[in-house]
Design a protein around this ligand. Structure first.
Ligand code: 5GP
Ligand code: ZN
Length: 115
């Protein structure tokens, strides 16, 4: 599996940096954001290193579909029943800080810190 030893999210996948995990299988990991914007704020990532959405091809479509499709179940499991946001930032103008594709899923009662 593709792995970048300098990537913070690859280190989380490898267990070299601790995280509060919400779900894991052979190709995806979900963990809670360290600086949440909302009462519930998780990040869904592929375990394989893909730096940005610019590197995504049609081969990644099933993986991205799985990431999106797991959001409602995850939110329900965390008591989020009144709506949530899904967000993928890409590149500099997209304000992507961590160069490993991740989908933010944010929910819970407002006010939120951002968004
Ligand atoms: P981006 O701006 O790249 O879309 O979002 C990166 C997110 O990763 C930010 O919301 C930030 O709080 C989160 N983050 C950065 N480093 C860590 C970390 O070491 N652990 C966890 N759990 N989240 C992190
Ligand atoms: Zn990575």
């Amino acid at each position: 599996m593709n792995h970048d030893p300098n990537c913070i999210f690859c280190k989380i996948v490898a267990g070299q940096i601790p995280s509060r995990k919400a779900f894991e299988d052979d190709e995806l990991l979900v963990f809670h954001d360290i600086a949440p914007w909302a009462p519930v704020h998780v990040l869904i990532i592929p375990k394989a290193h893909v730096a940005t959405m610019y590197e995504v091809t049609q081969d990644h479509a099933p993986l991205l579909g799985r990431m999106l499709a797991m959001a409602p179940k995850l939110m329900r499991e965390h008591g989020v029943t009144n709506g949530f946001r899904t967000l993928i930032n890409t590149g500099e103008d997209g304000r992507q800080e961590v160069q490993h594709v991740h989908m933010h899923v944010m929910g819970g009662p407002r006010p939120w810190a951002k968004g």
